[in-house]
Write a protein that binds this ligand. Structure first.
Ligand code: IMP
Ligand code: MG
Length: 504
């Protein structure tokens, strides 16, 4: 038998290097074209993520589906490390197809081992924040209320429901769901202490359902406005049961319908094997992380983090592939050339004054408002302690700096080169989150360029001071260890449009 020799395809990983929203979506889009990617794998997170990408002149917001889906040639793989919420996924798919005009036929694949975000996880997410607000348990995190934390917690507790359970024997699924729902409702009212007093007509769980309705309606406004979805689907009072909180029968029926719908639209198969087959068939694969490195559940600014691993190692666990799969690969780190975050937690270089200059207006492309929650993002100066640390955590070897144009109007640019804490210089993030509230950022001030950079298409088109600034960033980002691998420049983003990316 004659053997065909095929060279394995190329693989790359793209990671966010700050608190998310670095502009990975656009990076993915560009890299897909550049490496001629056949496959994009999303390896972590859930619909707490928000990636904005341009399609046919329209800005599309993706949450679950890998950004590569906008590229007709690409397969979009949702690996086991990602979470799935079948109702929200169904709506996102409809949005991508009907608002974005994208044909997804045969292009979306899911791993059967994905954990499912159940409706009770969403309730739990909000309930936990209510309890934290009351000061009874830890600090308010400012989660996206998508149920991500509780769903991953159940995975760690070995108490999750998997996609394959949802798609399997309906009676077995119903039985499991009923049992877990009963346990959760007991936990909400008895352990967490959600208030319920029938005589006074108080039920905090019922209030949560109303809050979720409001959030979901806002999140699906484009589908509602286009008349593609009925507002009524967000009326979660149909799940409400005055006696014990939530009605299992209504939820089960909807889950089983969603399961049929999902099976009609996507292919569910062992992606661990699929990825290897594609790789050895010579296909080029881009691994896309959701969120940013500082939201990593272990290495980020705990407890103000998400519940999974956005760092590059997350691709190994979430897909899964072994580390040698990425031998000689590029790990492209994406970092804004200033800093933003949504949600609570320490932020050493935060500056309200700077925020007022760079934030822009709601609804504008690139404006600093959350893609998933619409919240105003907190803004601050570029922090090299962050970029240096997160480059190290993921073995970043190429750097994409985004939103250079946002700095165009600044007379001077401040860069935090390191922190000081108790007379000591810190070049890397301290391991204790509390210390980030105590560190004093040390800045260097560089002259601005006071010119529009949005039309630059090459390095030489950039003003001299902009080039000096970027070179300085590349100098500062390196690991403080002699002989360590160098982080090389990959590109500069200078505007929201597809062409506004200077490849280096
Ligand atoms: P959760 O992931 O919804 O539990 O939220 C935990 C924290 O992570 C909150 O501060 C969120 O705002 C933040 N977060 C989660 N996903 C993203 C993202 O994709 N971009 C930016 N922040 C995020
Ligand atoms: Mg985002």
């Amino acid at each position: 038998m004659e053997m065909m020799l095929v060279t394995p395809g190329e693989s790359k990983i793209i990671v966010g290097m700050q608190w998310g929203d670095e502009g990975k979506g656009k990076g993915v889009d560009y890299i897909c074209c550049e490496m001629d990617a056949d496959v994009v794998v999303r390896y972590n997170g859930g619909n707490n993520a928000g990636h904005s990408v341009w399609v046919n002149g329209k800005l599309i917001h993706l949450h679950f589906i890998p950004s590569g889906v906008v590229n007709q040639k690409c397969l979009a793989l949702m690996a086991a490390g990602e979470l799935i919420e079948p109702f929200a996924f169904g709506k996102e798919l409809q949005y991508v197809q009907q608002v974005g005009g994208i044909d997804t036929t045969g292009r979306i694949m899911m791993d059967p081992r994905m954990s499912v975000i159940m409706f009770y996880h969403r309730v739990e997410d909000m309930a936990l924040e209510i309890i934290r607000k009351r000061g009874e348990e830890g600090e308010v995190i400012g989660t996206t209320a998508k149920g991500v934390g509780p769903a991953y917690a159940d995975l760690a507790k070995r108490a999750d429901i998997r996609l394959q359970d949802l798609l399997g024997d309906p009676s077995k699924f119903s039985e499991t769901f009923r049992r877990k729902l009963t346990e959760k409702l007991f936990y909400f009212y008895n352990d967490l202490g959600l208030k319920k007093d029938d005589d006074k007509d108080i039920d905090e769980l019922r209030d949560i359902l109303k809050a979720l309705k409001k959030k979901d309606e806002e999140g699906c406004s484009e589908l509602i406005e286009a008349g593609l979805i009925d507002r009524g689907v967000f009326d979660y009072s149909r799940y409400y049961c005055p006696k014990n909180g939530l009605r299992a029968d209504v939820l089960i029926e909807e889950y089983l319908n969603a399961a049929i719908e999902l099976e009609n639209q996507v292919q569910v198969c062992d992606l661990a094997f699929e990825v290897q087959k594609l790789h050895y068939a010579g296909k080029n694969i881009l691994f896309e992380g959701g969120q940013g490195s500082l939201l990593d559940v272990r290495y980020g600014t705990t407890p103000f983090v998400t519940s999974c691993h956005p760092i590059a190692g997350g691709a190994c666990i979430g897909t899964p592939v072994g580390p040698l799969f990425f031998e000689n690969s590029e790990v492209i780190g994406v970092g804004k050339l200033f800093t933003t975050r949504v949600g609570n937690g320490p932020f050493p270089t935060e500056s309200e004054e700077f925020g007022r200059i760079v934030r822009g207006n709601v609804g504008e492309a690139g404006a600093e408002y959350g893609t998933t929650t619409g919240r105003q993002r907190r803004c601050g100066y570029l922090d090299m302690t962050i970029l240096r640390s997160t480059a190290m955590w993921s073995g970043v070897n190429r750097f994409l700096g985004t939103k250079l144009d946002v700095c165009d109007s600044l007379k001077e640019i401040r860069i935090c080169t390191h922190y000081e804490l108790d007379g000591e210089k810190l070049y890397l993030m301290p391991t204790k989150t509390e210390e980030l509230n105590q560190v004093v950022p040390v800045y260097d001030t560089l002259p601005g360029w006071g010119e529009d950079t949005t039309k630059a298409r090459s390095w030489n088109d950039l003003p001299l001071n902009a080039r000096r600034f970027f070179n300085r960033v590349m100098e500062e980002i390196q690991m403080p260890i002699e002989g360590a691998n160098e982080v090389k420049p990959w590109g500069i983003g200078n505007g929201p449009d597809r062409e506004q990316l200077i490849k280096l």
